[in-house]
Design a protein around this ligand. Structure first.
Ligand code: PLP
Length: 360
């Protein structure tokens, strides 16, 4: 079976993790600030705070910009459910708007039209690693929290790396991501005040100069271990190579699948650079049947992504229905993530492409 994803882990990761185990300091140790500093430098951010997941990083980012009960946050329905869930954690309301049919990211005009007196922030998602049009949102002067969980390595048209614009931006390090720590996340940001608040809130609300078991605000346990940070540091060393490998695999897929009736990921345009995370295609019909037939051919695939507003929790809580966001719904109903990982061979790509054409 060709798997959907496969991390690249080697001796450097083994050594890094063993060093932490031998040091005896498994948490709240030196690897956390080291990983934060190296990651911030990699994306051109002033500050970074490690967190236990991308979702935790998003949650901390929303709190940092002041999102709270009754607020509205404008976001994309075409995302992994965590981006909307993080808004709901604060009893704020995710206000979905439709996506651009080419980039599949938040449509900036639709986002502008959705602003009300209660709007406190935008939460754009760089879906499938393609940079969302954050500069267009910046024109409105509202806080922005970026979901960059799929977008490590992406670059905006003005040359600024995703995560480096100064807005809190959340990255995720689950095992299928460009860089993995097993589970984990990082919030990058430009504001020292945000960094101070985020570091305290991920650690049960404890300020850096406070004693253990002393807490001056509400917080969470969203810490990342030193084991995970050591793994992340080792992964950062090979990040450029892994990103280049992913881009090469994507190129093979384009060659093998182009010219037919499949919808392929948009090409980089206008200076945007995708940080390749997944290779998602839109099939013309019978998506679930195609997934089943791929499985019979030894190829793993999955529907990616279902529309958030049509999930039962969001229907029941916020009264969403089919037809509200036609571009998102059409794309979501036809999308399939194919096997995609740095060490995928050209032969495997050919095998997947042939199986896909047969399955359709
Ligand atoms: C777009 C998006 N947002 C948020 C997340 C949440 O990240 P994590 O699984 O690390 O909590 C993911 C991860 O899959 C994601 O793809």
């Amino acid at each position: 079976m060709i798997p959907l994803a496969q991390p690249v882990l080697g001796e450097a990761e083994e050594r890094a993790v063993l060093d932490v185990l031998r040091s005896g300091q498994l948490s709240l140790g030196p690897r956390v600030p080291e990983f934060e500093a190296a990651f911030a430098e990699r994306v051109g951010a002033r500050h970074a705070s490690a967190a236990s997941s991308g979702t935790a990083a998003l949650h901390l980012g929303l709190r940092a910009v002041g999102v709270s009960e009754g607020d509205e946050v404008i976001t994309s329905p075409f995302s992994f459910v965590a981006s909307a869930n993080a808004i709901v954690y604060e009893r704020a309301k995710p206000v979905f708007v439709d996506v651009d049919p080419v980039t599949l990211n938040l449509d900036p005009d639709a986002a502008a039209a959705a602003i009300t007196g209660r709007t406190t922030a935008f939460l754009p998602v760089h879906i499938f690693g393609y940079p969302a049009d954050v500069p267009a949102l910046e024109a409105h002067g509202l806080p922005i929290v970026e979901d960059a969980c799929e977008a490590l390595g992406a670059v905006h048209p003005d040359g600024v790396k995703v995560g480096g614009r100064g807005h809190p931006a959340a990255f995720g390090f689950y095992a299928n991501k460009q860089l993995t720590t097993g589970e984990g996340g990082m919030l990058t940001m430009g504001s020292a005040e945000h960094k101070e608040r985020v570091d305290s809130e991920r650690n049960q609300g404890r300020a850096p100069d406070m004693g253990w078991l002393d807490h001056d605000r509400l917080g969470f346990n969203y810490r990342l271990t030193d084991i995970a940070c050591a793994l992340g540091l080792a992964q950062l060393q090979r990040l450029d190579e892994m990103l280049a490998d992913r881009a090469r695999v994507a190129g093979w897929y384009r060659e093998a699948l182009g010219g037919g009736e499949l919808g392929l990921p948009c090409e980089d345009a206008g200076g945007s650079v995708r940080g390749w995370f997944v290779f998602v295609v839109q099939v013309p019909r019978d998506r679930d049947g195609v997934i089943g037939r791929l499985r019979e051919s030894g190829v793993q695939s999955k529907p990616y992504l279902p529309a958030i507003h049509l999930m039962s929790y969001y229907r029941e809580t916020f009264g969403h229905r089919e037809g509200e966001f036609p571009v998102c719904e059409d794309v979501a109903a036809r999308s399939i993530a194919l096997p995609f990982f740095p060490r995928m061979t050209e032969g495997q790509v050919t095998q997947v492409a042939e199986a896909l054409v047969r399955a359709i």
